[in-house]
Design a protein around this ligand. Structure first.
Ligand SMILES: [Zn+2]
Length: 71
């Protein structure tokens, strides 16, 4: 699971309110036995900091944080 910190207070203690993933189909493309076209869907997650109550969100792609943003 991705671990993020509240952009306001820096604590990593949050409730995940919503999580939505785009539904593009990425057909596997195999090159020399390796999938060179991995699932590139973007998951947008909205969180509420349990420490200061700040609402924030982040997006992940390829299992990594792709774009963090505040709400
Ligand atoms: Zn916070």
């Amino acid at each position: 699971m991705t671990n993020v910190k509240c952009p306001q207070c820096g604590e990593s203690n949050y409730a995940i309110l919503t999580s939505a993933t785009t539904a593009m189909y990425y057909p596997p493309v195999i090159k020399n036995g390796v999938n060179v076209n991995p699932d590139g869907n973007i998951t947008t997650t909205t969180c509420r900091c349990m420490y200061c109550g700040n609402l924030f969100g982040y997006q992940t792609r390829y299992g990594k944080i792709w774009n963090g943003y505040e709400r």
